[in-house]
Design a protein around this ligand. Structure first.
Ligand SMILES: [Zn+2]
Length: 601
């Protein structure tokens, strides 16, 4: 069990197998055999002297990563082998099979000493990192110069890349996903990383000119000022697609749905005007503008309780079941698709497209966790400009930099400026990208200050700004959080059946909740009576028996109110929220007697 006895417990996938001798020797031989290809490279082994345990794992779901094997301080990936890889004579899996590269799981990593670079290798090292960038995940490796940023910002930045609108697929014109966004003019980033080179075919943003200055206070608190003229030229324009679909179902008893313009008399008929856009077949045509709740596919279904009974074609037995544009959305009908399912049922899909031009409230971000919303769109002639006549697309507030320490953002702006001026892509890969000194040298060569600062002129007055302004080019992302999808208000509207309180959520035309904290605010502002108004959304009057304290019965038809328990007793009408009445019912359902003691005040 212990090191002294030189024995250890052997575990396989967490189960004890047996006791073994010379564990260290055992593990060493096991690894040798794996590198020779005698044991599958999917199996990992780890030796824990502190527990006296050897653990072998082969089960699924382990996170593993590839490393170059090092023996006696020399990496097994020699320049000769590397040359063969370059010539295409050796593939990745051949390297794995030959034991030059091996995958380690979290447990085997505990036995390894990994060098970051080949120069750091000593006799103690067991492995060498393929490239330092692999310590980052796929999306974190997309950000340039992440090693100059604070760790959490790299994380935020990679999360925002995931929310960015870009080119998701080449076949998007024929796709019928429920919803997706496409950026109109996607660009490859000027400052590349070794990871972004791989996904360059599917870019997610645009390279834009940024000036870092406060502009009349409009960009305070992470807001951004954007050039209206650039937006009109197509900057960050995107398209939003949503596909609606319906099935022409057949029911038991020979009844079936009908795709048609519903006739007057059908239950839930929307009125003639609602169906004007439909063709004779009851389906809308491409390129017709549709607004919120417009009918796309006219459909009539048999009433549900009639299923199985005798077939009747009368209008009263039919129900309006048209497919409409979601509440709060709009656009132009893009594609209409009529096909059949495997069960030979007619399937109709209508795709609606909506052009999204950046507007106040839309969200944008760089790849460094610096996000913000547009607060103002400014005409080009009012924006600041350089001596060359360059006008920034975005004015970014300098206060966003010091507290977040995203130095990588500043470096990207400088590197982007070099790239744009010299017409080349700059490498900004983590740890191996173009260094600051190199960027500065190139900036000087191009005739600019090496610190990125420039003289800017006020667009309104034409006067030179007294301070130099840091300007550069950075890759920006349009995030999938647009105001049109979020804007919402309500005066009256639907309520839920159970509680009679307003529905929740924008899609259901819900109310805006005045919660506990808001209620405390009202009290704190000496406005407690406002609450009496605000909390009457489900106001009801309930008849209460003054004798037994239970709810009485009110027969509206006979205008009679009486207690079913006491028969002849005094009834009092009490105003309360419907939710409270529901609560009383629930107590009674549990066998609890909720007695209300009512008194005239
Ligand atoms: Zn009673």
């Amino acid at each position: 069990m212990s090191e002294k006895t030189n024995k250890a417990d052997l575990f396989f996938n967490g189960r004890w197998v047996k006791e073994i001798r010379n564990p260290e020797e055992f593990v060493k031989k096991f690894r040798e055999k794996r590198r020779q290809g005698l044991i599958s490279h999917h199996i990992n082994i780890a030796w824990f002297p502190e527990y006296g345990e050897v653990r072998i794992n082969s089960d699924g779901g382990r996170v593993r990563r590839p490393l170059i094997v090092v023996e006696n301080g020399k990496p097994k990936l020699t320049p000769e082998i590397l040359q063969k890889v370059r010539e295409g004579k050796l593939g990745w899996y051949e390297l794995v099979r030959r034991g030059i590269i091996e995958y380690l799981d979290a447990e085997e990593e505990e036995n390894a000493l990994v060098a970051m670079r080949a120069e750091e290798l000593t006799k103690e090292h067991t492995h060498l990192e393929i490239d330092p960038i692999v310590m980052l995940g796929n999306s974190a490796a997309l950000a340039p110069y992440p090693e100059y940023n604070r760790g959490d910002r790299v994380n935020y930045g990679s999360k925002m890349v995931g929310q960015a609108i870009g080119l998701v697929a080449d076949n998007f014109p024929v796709r019928t996903d429920t919803k997706f966004n496409i950026l109109a003019y996607p660009q490859v980033p000027l400052v590349q990383t070794s990871m972004s080179r791989i996904i360059n075919e599917y870019p997610v943003g645009q390279n834009i000119v940024i000036a870092i200055l406060c502009w009349e206070g409009w960009n305070l608190n992470d807001a951004i000022v954007m050039s209206k003229s650039a937006v009109e030229r197509g900057l960050f324009r995107s398209f939003y697609f949503r596909t609606y679909e319906t099935l022409k179902k057949r029911y038991w008893g020979g009844q079936e749905d009908e795709i048609m313009i519903p006739e007057v008399g059908v239950k839930g008929y929307r009125g003639e005007a609602a169906y004007v856009n439909l063709d004779e077949d009851g389906i809308i045509s491409p390129e017709i503008r549709v607004e919120s709740d417009s009918v796309l596919i006219g459909k009539v279904s048999p009433l549900r309780f009639l299923i199985g009974e005798e077939f009747t074609a009368e209008l009263e037995n039919k129900r309006e079941a048209s497919v409409c544009v979601r509440h709060g959305e709009r656009g132009v009908v893009d594609t209409v698709l009529i096909t059949e399912t495997l069960d030979a049922e007619q399937l109709i899909k209508v795709r609606v497209r909506d052009m999204r031009i950046p507007e106040i409230g839309d969200k944008f971000a760089s790849r460094h966790g610096q996000k913000g919303v547009i607060s103002l769109l400014v005409k080009q002639e009012d924006m600041p400009f350089t001596a060359d006549g360059v006008v920034p697309d975005i004015i970014f507030n300098p206060h966003a930099i010091p507290s977040r320490m995203t130095v990588g953002h500043l470096l990207e702006m400088l590197a982007g400026k070099v790239g744009a001026l010299s017409g080349q892509l700059v490498d900004g890969s983590a740890f191996t990208g173009m260094k600051e000194e190199e960027i500065r040298k190139l900036m000087k060569k191009l005739g600019f200050r090496d610190d990125g600062k420039q003289v800017l002129y006020d667009g309104a007055t034409g006067k030179m700004y007294p301070a130099l302004i840091f300007t550069g080019i950075s890759y920006y992302l349009k995030l999938d959080h647009m105001v049109t999808d979020k804007i919402h208000a309500r005066s009256r509207g639907p309520v839920t059946l159970l509680t009679k309180q307003p529905t929740e959520g924008r899609a259901k035309r819900g109310g805006l909740r005045l919660g506990e904290m808001e209620q405390q605010c009202m009290v704190g502002h000496n406005a407690a009576l406002v609450l009496k108004e605000r909390f009457d959304s489900d106001l009801t009057a309930i008849p209460v028996c003054t004798k037994c304290g239970l709810l009485a019965i009110h027969e509206a038809a006979k205008n009679k109110t009486y207690c079913d328990v006491c028969k002849d007793s005094q009834i009092a009408w009490v105003q309360t929220s419907y939710a409270f009445k529901l609560f009383l019912d629930e107590l009674k359902a549990m066998g609890i007697y909720p007695k209300l003691v009512v008194k005239e005040v």
